[in-house]
Write a protein that binds this ligand. Structure first.
Ligand code: ATP
Length: 163
């Protein structure tokens, strides 16, 4: 597959990223201050496989609740290295740093898609974040790229060989 051939259209990352203008905002987690119940509600109300943790990092939630003793819905979710001080009667926090990608790849909204596709291929990425002036704007998954390529070339996304 020749990326240059696919992207003569000179699309930019902003043309492929989600959310689109009319979509609900990017679903993110905050590094501090969310409870297990709030995170679960967000995970259950969406179908996304990952959530950026603001500022700038990426997380996958996998059954964390089952593995950590005593964690309940009102437990604080902690992405930091050190657990923030809590009230003595507070339930044990859920520590999620271990399952977080601490250096998610990012491109800017103006990065040409041929370069973005090249990076996905070379680094074997499954998703990357999109920023504008250093602020998180959106996300591009491998599937978003395949769909975009299919649209441009009028093909079935499943017929496109990515790697
Ligand atoms: P699938 O789940 O069907 O394999 P996918 O591989 O693109 O799709 P998902 O993470 O489920 O991965 O993303 C589904 C769609 O939602 C994609 O278009 C993606 O850009 C978008 N998306 C992913 N994460 C978020 C998020 N946190 N907030 C908003 N949109 C997101």
């Amino acid at each position: 597959l020749e990326p240059k051939e696919e992207f003569e259209h000179s699309s930019l990352a902003v043309d492929v990223m989600r959310p689109r203008r009319s979509d609900p905002a990017l679903a993110v987690l905050t590094q501090e201050g969310m409870t297990v119940g709030e995170v679960e509600a967000l995970v259950e109300s969406t179908h996304y496989s990952g959530f950026p943790v603001v500022v700038g990092t990426f997380v996958f939630i996998y059954n964390g609740r089952k593995r950590q003793e005593g964690v309940v819905s009102s437990s604080q979710v902690v992405f930091t290295e050190h657990t923030p001080s809590q009230a003595p009667d507070a339930p044990p926090p859920l520590r999620l740093r271990g399952i977080m990608d601490l250096s998610p790849f990012t491109v800017t909204d103006h990065t040409p898609m041929d370069i973005t596709v090249d990076i996905f291929r070379k680094l074997g990425l499954r998703q990357c974040l999109v920023t504008h002036n250093g602020r998180l704007l959106g996300i591009i998954t491998k599937k978003d790229i395949l769909k975009h390529m299919a649209q441009i070339t009028n093909r079935d996304p499943d017929s496109i060989l990515f790697n």
